[in-house]
Write a protein that binds this ligand. Structure first.
Ligand code: HAM
Length: 435
């Protein structure tokens, strides 16, 4: 037995690739309808692209090694730093706002668990060059429309939205020292995932002079805000009402777009990546029994930090793994369509040249055709045709050839008729035209 596939890496047998293709088709369809252009980058990158900007969670999961030229390299664990570099390098000549999408395969050396593998495909949609909240709403709207395109509604998928600018303000007001903000963000990011969040928050408050337990309690209260009323009151208390303008405008825009039913305000959403600066969001299955389907947000400092043009940006990454699980769970798998239109049966060896010529003609007309690659009994050929779920068998035998016709059998009904070449093409062509 040859060596097995590595843990966390998938083999896509035809049944599985059809689900993957279904997801990719929905991704491309939505990207097209939103006017996004496709790009791609290298799967292998200099290690430093991630060590500086991505944050400890991803860096701890890198597939990294030294290549034969003694370069420290990593398989890409995410697309955003590559995108930021590519746009930064040509920023002057690109028409803003830039709307780009990509479907990279990504690699993370994670502990393998449900919904988390060591490779996955991820739809990335990003808008670069627009700081206003309509760009955030557009990006979140696209993520929601992918769910809708796959048959998932607000009872299946929820979008949870927050804003790091707002959270930062509230945390400072609650007594979290500026130096401990990042660590506190990362602790809040664990809300709902681990039991001991209060403890994690206390640990994060390294520089707090006063009672850490009391501050941690206030932090947890802030993270539990789920509605506008409480948010506005909390901001009023610290005299920072206007900091939530972007978030509230984004929520209003999503309502105007008709997506309100999908959306929940949720101040416990922070995101694990280091580069986010504003609105952040995640999509989850409504039962929250699976990992996140999608995550994204605004990262206005990343392009500048990578040495390119200092442009604001917002986007998301949506993986194929959890989405695939949800589609299966909700029985939303696409109905299987017969891949093969026609199986041509050669009645005798002498019919083979005619079979080959006919196959070529039908394939040129866009029809999916198979024929036996070695001479077999008619019964065996028909068995193979049935196994392939072909719609028709076209029989070519000495009698048919002498008449200049073929025998067309509908494999579902069993009905047969003799037809000439032209009539055959017309029949098959019109039935397969909509494919
Ligand atoms: P992320 O939250 O690390 O964000 O990943 C986004 C999504 O990719 C997750 O919600 C999940 O669906 C999928 N995903 C991540 N890791 C795995 C894994 N090991 N196995 C299966 N699926 C996984 C980012 O990567 C950001 N760069 C997204 C972004 C784009 N932000 C702005 N633009």
């Amino acid at each position: 037995m040859p060596a097995r596939a590595l843990p966390g890496f998938r083999e896509f047998y035809p049944e599985e690739i059809s689900l993957r293709n279904h997801i990719f088709a929905a991704w491309r369809n939505v990207a097209r309808r939103y006017g996004f252009e496709e790009y791609d980058g290298p799967p292998l990158e200099p290690l430093e692209l991630y060590t500086e900007k991505s944050g400890p969670e991803i860096v701890g999961q890198l597939y990294e090694f030294v290549d034969k030229g003694q370069r420290r390299v990593a398989l890409r664990p995410e697309m955003t730093p590559t995108l930021a570099r590519m746009v930064g390098a040509r920023a002057a000549s690109l028409k803003k706002p830039i709307r780009w999408y990509s479907i990279p395969q990504l690699f993370r050396y994670e502990r393998q668990q449900r919904g988390r593998l060591r490779e996955h495909f991820q739809l990335n949609m990003d808008i670069i060059g627009e700081p206003g909240p309509l760009a955030d709403a557009e990006i979140i709207g696209a993520a929601i429309d992918v769910q809708r395109a796959l048959g998932l509604g607000p009872e299946d998928v929820r979008v949870r939205i927050s804003d790091r600018r707002v959270l930062r303000c509230l945390l400072l007001g609650a007594g979290v020292p500026e130096e401990d903000l990042t660590a506190t963000f990362m602790a809040i990011d664990r809300v709902g995932r681990v039991q001991n969040v209060a403890e994690l928050i206390e640990k994060a408050l390294e520089h707090a002079p006063e009672d850490r337990t009391a501050i941690a309690k206030r932090v947890l209260e802030i993270a539990s805000i789920r509605d506008r009323g409480r948010l506005e009151k909390a901001l009023g208390d610290v005299g920072a009402g206007s900091v939530a303008e972007g978030l509230l405008d984004c929520l209003d825009a999503l309502r105007a777009m008709g997506f309100e039913e999908f959306v929940d305000l949720d101040l416990s959403i922070v995101r694990g990546l280091a580069y986010y600066t504003g609105i952040v969001f995640e999509l989850f299955d409504a039962q929250q029994s699976l990992r996140a389907i999608c995550g994204g947000g605004r990262y206005d400092g990343l392009l500048g930090a990578l040495g390119g043009a200092d442009l604001p940006a917002v986007g998301f990454g949506m993986g194929d793994v959890v989405l695939g699980e949800l589609i299966k769970e909700k029985n939303l798998l696409p109905s299987k369509r017969a891949a093969l239109d026609v199986f041509i049966v050669a009645v005798t060896g002498a019919d083979m040249p005619e079979v080959l010529a006919l196959a070529r003609e039908l394939r040129d007309a866009g029809i999916a055709v198979e024929y036996p690659l070695r001479l077999q009994s008619v019964a065996k050929q028909l068995k193979l045709a049935a196994a392939r779920e072909a719609r028709w068998a076209v029989m070519v035998g000495p009698d048919e050839r002498s008449e200049g016709k073929v025998l067309l059998r509908d494999l579902a009904s069993g009905s047969e008729e003799k037809v000439g070449r032209e009539a055959l093409l017309q029949r098959l062509g019109t039935v397969t035209a909509g494919k």
